[in-house]
Design a protein around this ligand. Structure first.
Ligand code: GDG
Length: 577
């Protein structure tokens, strides 16, 4: 955390005349077809973490947000209407994607390949060439959209695993010249034929030997020269399947009349290398290189990100894993705070995200929340409440949580009827098969445990398989005696922060998986291994019987951290750096 935490003056260093372009897969605006609205569409700003995280930077800098709008519309007139509304009222710019590309990019490559792998689930990974093509296609669309508005001196901040090729593609599109001269021409090739051709599929192991060895030199040279082992058959397939990618590159080459690879440049014609700063932040874990190297396109993804000036992660471990993958797979020389790549130094740092506690404090002061809290307290009088709030995702360890509760009730029968787990499980990514299977597993476990320990009067698990509104969420957090997070991997986990923000009165206990990034920040929690159901059961017992003076001491530590390391602090620290 050293990078971020030592930077107390970071807000003051944000130059007010800088422009910030944030790029994320989804725009922070929900657009719906609504014939009752002018233009036939309704617009609502999301209240997600990123929106509040960027609110600080937004006040200090000119700001544009680029992302997929979440829908496709039938006519160009509709697109123009939405574009105008988004630009004027939300400082947003939509990237229109063909629905098949959007699906294969999001559900296919991002959520069926990168997501499982980055969360140590290689068995769930379904690698598929078509999804990889769509991922590249979508990343190129985003890069083109940024290119249309970016100017010298701007900062572009790319968010998350959906857009890991974007930094490379953007540099290629906007930077005509480079210290090495030939880089842009070479990288045009990357964009056209895949970052590394398709060599990974047929010929190359892509694994680097230790840096400095002869094999490593060879491998680094291969990366630097962009040599492709691609066969002509594959090339044809790529061009056919990725027609728009090929067209986009062809258009760039048409603009590049003198053939020097300089292309058409940015909005004001300035394209010198380094004139635009690019940052990337990964919201998921970056796995150990032993897991990461399973990815068939491991080199391409690393190369994509390495075209940044700054790469950020939630924890020091993720940053370390990324750097060791760069050494292992690309043979790059690395230091604890970055990597040397093509004559530049790519800075790598840790920036643990947070929440805006004020939003929850304000929520708790609302009459509707207070009324709801009283109703829930009456409903659960004499019963201790453990709360769980998770997207229904296999990384969240919901089956492990249920098994631990079962073990607890079995070992401590005196608690049967005196404790409930209220588990909100928000439906998520239901188009992906693994998520459907998970739902069946959880339903079975809930039914079995309630059948085993339930009585006519009470059920140990209240399972809510839908999203609850913000006021219900605040009330639930506030009335609970403990919060249980059992993620088997989780980039950070903001639910734990939100629970703490709502516990000023009760000083409830946070039970937190050691595999959530938050475990490295939230000192004062009971840290557990979710795979050890006896240890989690013990932690539940400890939480329910903890002396109030200990709860208060723990809460004070947690609360200080959550109130200091807010989302806007995260956003301004990263941008300032
Ligand atoms: C990814 C990383 C990282 C959930 N249910 C309801 C609801 N939520 C809100 C929570 C919280 C958010 O969703 C979940 O955030 P998490 O951080 O816990 O998890 P992911 O969605 O997986 O987020 C994660 C994060 O990115 C940020 O970098 O921390 O590790 O996986 O804000 O409150 N909100 C409402 N009703 C619900 O039913 N209103």
């Amino acid at each position: 955390n050293a990078n971020a935490q030592s930077d107390s003056g970071s807000r003051d260093r944000l130059a007010t005349n800088s422009r910030l372009i944030v790029v994320s897969n989804r725009l922070p605006v929900t657009i719906k077809v609504d014939s009752s609205q002018p233009g036939g569409y309704s617009f609502a700003l999301s209240s997600g973490g990123l929106v509040s995280a960027l609110s600080g930077a937004k006040k200090r800098m000119s700001f544009t947000w680029i992302g997929w709008p979440g829908l496709s519309v039938p006519t160009r007139e509709d697109e123009l209407f939405i574009e105008s509304k988004l630009e004027k009222e939300y400082s947003c710019r939509p990237v229109w994607l063909d629905p098949d590309v959007a699906d294969a990019h999001y559900n296919g490559f991002s959520n069926s390949i990168l997501w499982p792998l980055f969360h140590y689930h290689p068995g769930e990974m379904n690698f598929d060439e078509g999804n990889w093509l769509a991922y590249r296609e979508a990343n190129l669309r985003f890069a083109e959209s940024v290119r249309e508005i970016v100017r010298k001196g701007d900062m572009v901040w790319v968010q998350d695993y959906h857009l890991m090729l974007l930094p490379l593609m953007l540099r290629t599109l906007i930077e005509g010249s480079s210290a090495q001269g030939s880089v842009s021409q070479r990288e045009l090739e990357h964009v056209r034929h895949g970052v590394d051709g398709s060599s990974h599929l047929a010929h190359s192991s892509g694994l680097a030997a230790p840096p400095g060895s002869e094999a490593a030199e060879h491998s680094a040279a291969q990366v630097a020269s962009g040599h492709s082992h691609r066969t002509s058959t594959t090339a044809t397939n790529l061009n056919v399947q990725s027609g728009t990618t090929a067209q986009a590159v062809a258009a760039m080459e048409e603009d590049d009349e003198d053939g020097d690879g300089k292309g058409r440049g940015t909005a004001d014609g300035t394209t010198s290398r380094g004139s635009v700063k690019i940052g990337f932040f990964l919201h998921t874990p970056f796995p150990s290189s032993e897991i990461y190297r399973i990815l068939p396109v491991r080199r391409e993804i690393l190369l994509g990100v390495l075209h940044c000036d700054l790469v950020g992660f939630h924890t020091y471990d993720y940053a370390r894993h990324f750097l060791s993958s760069c050494t292992r797979i690309l043979g790059l020389p690395t230091m604890p705070n970055g990597a040397e790549f093509e004559g530049r130094y790519v800075h790598v740092g840790t920036y643990p995200i947070g929440i805006e506690p004020a939003q929850f404090i304000e929520g708790l002061a609302r009459d509707a929340v207070k009324t709801r809290m009283r109703a829930l307290e009456r409903r659960f009088e004499g019963v201790k409440i453990i709360v769980g709030v998770d997207r229904l995702d296999y990384i969240k360890g919901i089956p492990q949580k249920l098994h631990a509760l079962e073990t607890f009730l079995q070992e401590h029968p005196e608690w049967v009827g005196k404790v409930v787990l209220v588990q909100v499980a928000v439906p998520s990514r239901q188009d992906v098969e693994e998520y459907q299977n998970l739902r069946a597993i959880i339903n079975e476990a809930v039914g079995r445990i309630n059948g085993r320990f339930g009585t006519v009067e009470s059920m140990p698990i209240h399972f809510i398989h839908r999203s609850v509104n913000f006021e219900e969420l605040c009330a639930l957090y506030a009335i609970s005696d403990a919060c249980l997070v059992t993620s088997t991997r989780d980039g950070m986990n903001l639910v734990s922060y939100e629970y703490i923000a709502c516990q000023q009165q009760r000083n409830g206990v946070m039970i937190l998986s050691e595999f959530a990034g938050a475990a490295q920040s939230l000192n004062g929690s009971l840290i557990v291994n979710p795979w050890d159901k006896f240890a989690v059961a013990d932690a539940i017992h400890e939480a329910l019987t903890m002396a109030s003076v200990t709860r208060k001491a723990n809460f004070d530590k947690l609360s200080r951290y959550v109130n200091k390391h807010t989302a806007s602090w995260w956003g301004t620290s990263f941008v300032a750096e």
